[in-house]
Write a protein that binds this ligand. Structure first.
Ligand code: FES
Length: 131
């Protein structure tokens, strides 16, 4: 772990009081689930889920923190209508309708500084009833 990364870990752990198992300080899961065309729920894959995940990896690498903050593929997070759906731990912060263009802001504000991006937070919604 380099000097920059080590100080990032200490700062984030002190600032938010939340911890992740070492070496990670934050972990973002990005839904890339794909459903057949025409599915009424839609899916994150058709809305750019894989593109969003790859941009997270690119941004984390560009900031030199990919060993401390990780972006992983997730299956369906059961918020399909809000996709592309992402969730950040340890806070448990959910983002909805995320695009590739939003990722840099989430990385720089939330993942690095601990300040969730309000405009992208997933809106409360009522899940469709199962019939
Ligand atoms: S398909 Fe992404 S949350 Fe369900």
């Amino acid at each position: 772990m380099g000097r920059t990364s080590s100080s990032l870990v200490k700062r984030l752990m002190n600032d938010n009081g939340l911890t992740m198992p070492p070496p990670f300080v934050r972990h973002v899961f990005v839904c890339t689930n794909r459903r057949p065309d025409g599915s009424p729920k839609g899916c994150c894959a058709s809305k750019g889920g894989e593109e969003v995940r790859l941009e997270f990896k690119h941004q984390l690498d560009a900031h030199g923190v990919k060993g401390q903050i990780r972006a992983n593929v997730a299956g369906c997070l059961d918020a399909c209508e809000q996709g592309v759906s992402c969730v950040v731990y340890p806070e448990g912060t959910w983002y909805g309708q995320v695009t590739k263009d939003d990722v840099k802001e989430i990385v720089e504000e939330h993942l690095l500084k601990g300040k969730p991006v309000e405009r992208l937070l997933m809106k409360p919604y009522e899940k469709p009833r199962k019939t």
